[in-house]
Design a protein around this ligand. Structure first.
Ligand code: SF4
Ligand code: SF4
Length: 135
């Protein structure tokens, strides 16, 4: 991934918003990687959890919004339990999802879900999906 750092991104409102919503100090992370090593969903993520928090530290809002990783996080809190710096990455992930949803971009279009899938999938899974992935 090519990362373009700018002073505006670094000191912009995105970093402050993530910290405010999550209640976490992003700069407390020193990139040890223990969160990613223990994350049960990291095998499917395009950006690892420790990389997500690094991008958040740097204000890389677009790169985070384009990543699948924040949507694959299962909020299992394993990362928070393992972090030597007491950073609850699951809260950071939730803040990143919220800020992405506030852009009013749908990650799932209900009208495009095949009828067979609608008939087969558990209703609770669909409701959860719509709450998490639609604006
Ligand atoms: S475990 Fe904590 S300090 Fe280590 S990379 Fe993850 S968030 Fe950062
Ligand atoms: S809360 Fe999310 S990022 Fe943290 S270990 Fe669980 S799935 Fe991975």
């Amino acid at each position: 991934m090519r990362v373009e750092l700018t002073s505006e991104k670094l000191h912009g409102s995105f970093v402050a918003k993530v910290e405010e919503i999550s209640g976490q100090d992003l700069l407390s992370c020193y990139q040890c990687g223990k969160c990613s090593a223990g994350c049960p969903m990291s095998f499917a993520m395009d950006i690892l959890p420790n990389q997500i928090i690094r991008l958040a530290q740097l204000g890389m809002e677009v790169e985070i919004a384009e990543s699948k990783a924040i949507w694959l996080c299962a909020t299992c809190i394993t990362c928070a339990a393992r972090c030597p710096r007491g950073c609850d990455l699951s809260r950071v992930m939730e803040a990143l999802r919220l800020l992405t949803l506030r852009k009013n971009v749908d990650a799932v279009e209900p009208s495009r879900i095949p009828e067979e899938a609608l008939a087969d999938l558990p209703q609770i899974a669909l409701v959860s999906c719509f709450r998490k992935f639609t604006a």
